[in-house]
Ligand binder design. Structure first.
Ligand code: ADP
Length: 421
């Protein structure tokens, strides 16, 4: 019998450790850590059940098994097994789908939410190869490619009209834990928000055009006493019109999944951007171009023009008179970088992470005075995302800023080569 007792100690210690781990994970808000601990505990329940059977078997054959010591052992063992059963059932009823996979991606265990969201069935899917089981879905491709990054906003295999975020976590000895969270309500809310903004902007467009048109008809010289009022009304209606146009551009970019693949000729584009910057600067800045990359871009001419010139227009608007603005186009080992460096006001580090949010401004008055809508950098970010490029911002208050757009090799075309099909 002491042998049985020793067997009991190990899983009990493990259980206590994992219980603590689960609780700590839960308290720390780490639902994933708690989920892992819960599944591990479920495994231990199975182990303890086996030990209990063994103890019962021994009691039947050994008269000494009737002793008080073994009664205590049985009581404790039953208590632990019951707690572990509760924990296993808690893991089973988690709202997120949990699937425990072995090192070859065979399904070892899954909870009720996995049946619902992923369409897994008991008992036939126990032991099934998960990527074969989900073979026709986006999830299977992701699993085959190694599932290194979380997969966001995909159709749930068990419910094609629901959306899920999926993560694959290493667990135990070369095992994996697949977690899927239903985000359908968030996707729906996001869609409602997008439709609302697009509809409001669309509805505002016509009345604004009418107001703007009438304001243009009235010549301030005909009514000199109203001239300051008229000029202010014109400026504000123009600003509103620009906000509406920017919101409509953002709505379009948000719903768009791909861009048209056209050749974006960089030499003429850089020349146009420079001309636009000079017109905006009205001779107040020194503007230079340093283009050393002899490559063009592959993407949308209209959207890239808007994004790249927006960075230059910001540089002009946020650099005091006499400042320097340098536009660069250069190769890197991974592709090419378009950057705009200014010697302007700069941006404190605490604002950098939020600059691409809609209507986020470091200084609202400065943005308004310079004719900003607060949407420019959001548009830049969306355009770059559609071209698999990223925006990097470096800035030093009082010294200036550099906004860089990093494009990968797959977006580059040799200058002079034939155009994409
Ligand atoms: P806005 O229309 O207000 O310029 P953006 O989205 O283009 O909107 O920029 C967001 C904010 O980022 C701006 O309001 C400004 O505070 C800051 N910003 C952008 N570019 C620069 C720059 N080159 N130098 C300093 N601040 C900048």
């Amino acid at each position: 019998m002491p042998k049985t007792f020793d067997h009991w100690k190990l899983p009990a210690a493990l259980a206590a450790g994992l219980l603590a781990g689960g609780a700590a994970g839960w308290l720390a808000g780490g639902r994933v850590a708690a989920g892992v601990a819960l599944v591990a505990l479920a495994e231990i329940v199975l182990l303890l059940t086996r030990i209990r059977h063994q103890a019962r078997h021994m009691m039947t054959f050994s008269p000494s098994a009737q002793s008080l010591k073994h009664d205590r052992f049985m009581t404790r063992s039953r208590r632990i097994a019951s707690s572990l059963r509760d924990l296993r059932s808690a893991a089973g009823s988690l709202p997120d789908a949990v699937v425990l996979l072995d090192n070859e991606q065979h399904v070892r265990w899954f909870n009720h939410a996995a049946e619902d969201l992923l369409g897994l069935r008991r008992p036939q899917d126990r032991g099934a190869h998960l990527d074969e089981r989900l073979s026709t879905t986006e999830l299977a491709g992701w699993l085959k490619e190694g599932a290194h990054e979380p997969l966001n906003d995909v159709a749930a295999p068990g419910h094609p009209n629901r959306h899920i975020n999926v993560t694959l976590l290493p667990f135990g000895r070369r095992q994996r834990l697949l977690l899927a969270r239903d985000i359908s309500h968030l996707t729906r809310l996001e869609q409602i928000r997008r439709d609302f903004v697009a509809n409001v902007s669309h509805e505002l467009r016509t009345p604004l055009t009418v107001i703007h048109g009438y304001l243009e008809l009235i010549d301030p010289e005909d009514v000199p006493e109203l001239a300051p009022v008229l000029n202010e009304m014109r400026a504000q209606s123009k600003r509103m019109g620009q906000i509406v146009e920017d919101l409509l551009t953002l709505s379009r970019l948000e719903t768009q999944e791909h861009v048209q693949d056209e050749r974006v000729q960089m030499t003429p584009l850089l020349a146009t951007i420079r001309k636009e910057a000079e017109a905006l600067s009205q001779g107040r800045h020194h503007i230079a171009i340093e283009a050393t990359a002899d490559v063009d871009l592959l993407g949308s001419v209209k959207d890239l023009h808007s994004a790249l010139s927006n960075l230059v227009s910001n540089a002009v608007r946020y650099t005091p008179t006499g400042g320097r603005i340098t536009i660069r186009w250069r190769r890197t080992p991974e592709g090419a970088v378009y950057s705009v460096t200014d010697t302007g006001y700069g941006i404190p580090a605490s604002h950098l992470a939020r600059l691409t949010e809609r209507f986020y401004r470091v200084s609202s008055s400065r943005s308004r005075e310079s004719g900003g809508t607060g949407l420019g950098l959001s548009i830049v970010k969306h355009v770059l995302n559609l071209h698999q490029a990223r925006l990097e911002i470096q800035s030093e208050p009082g010294q200036g800023s550099t906004f860089s757009c990093w494009f990968g090799n797959e977006r580059l075309l040799a200058q002079g080569a034939s155009d994409p099909e």
